[in-house]
Design a protein. Structure first.
Length: 202
């Protein structure tokens, strides 16, 4: 299991570290590998989200990661952290399915510090995920408002203890931020613009 992973040369080495019988077969990354994150595909990122240990952190590097399939997280107490909204970009413009960009179904999760673009469905959806935090995120459709854009940018549903702070959503075909069928909800310091509706809570 992976406790803390930085996506780049180091993370790729960690993914291949355990051979048969759990022996460590990975070589030590060079200083060049540590300094320059490698290009990461969606399969690598999804593997990290599956393999991360409960309580672990997955760190995304600066740059753009092109995603062709939706991502999912079902491990409790995980932090998914980018280098900043203006530094880490998840680009879903080539997404083949119609689902959300990221689906979270686990508790005590924090997602923070990145921008998600052009998902075919909702941007980030969490379902039945209690004590979840969305922080310092941007979800946007770069072509502007369009009925073919995803319905919701940030979409927690059937959850309790939801915090949404410093989140920006642009271009959703319904509500930018929609918190549905949930209890104890805080949305603060957030911006929803160029969506059909702004922020909805029920």
């Amino acid at each position: 299991m992976l406790k803390h992973v930085l996506i780049g040369g180091t993370a790729l080495a960690m993914l291949s570290a355990c051979g048969p019988g759990g022996e460590d077969t990975a070589s030590t990354p060079t200083s060049d590998q540590q300094a320059a994150p490698q290009v990461v595909d969606a399969a690598t990122l999804q593997a990290l989200l599956i393999g991360v240990e409960e309580g672990g952190v997955v760190e995304l590097p600066e740059g753009t990661i092109e995603i062709v399939d939706g991502l999912s997280l079902d491990v409790n107490s995980v932090t998914l952290r980018g280098a900043g909204q203006d530094k880490t970009f998840l680009d879903f413009s080539g997404q083949t399915g119609a689902g959300e960009g990221l689906l979270i179904t686990s508790d005590d999760v924090i997602v923070e510090g990145f921008t998600m673009r052009d998902t075919k469905g909702d941007g980030i959806k969490s379902k039945g995920a209690d004590r979840i935090t969305y922080r310092d995120l941007t979800v946007e459709w770069t072509g502007g408002p369009d009925e073919s854009n995803g319905a919701y940018g940030v979409y927690p549903v059937e959850s309790s203890d939801v915090l949404v702070e410093r989140v920006t959503v642009r271009g959703a075909s319904d509500a930018g931020i929609y918190v549905g069928q949930s209890d104890n909800i805080v949305v603060r310091d957030s911006l929803a613009e160029f969506n059909v509706a702004g922020i909805e809570i029920e």
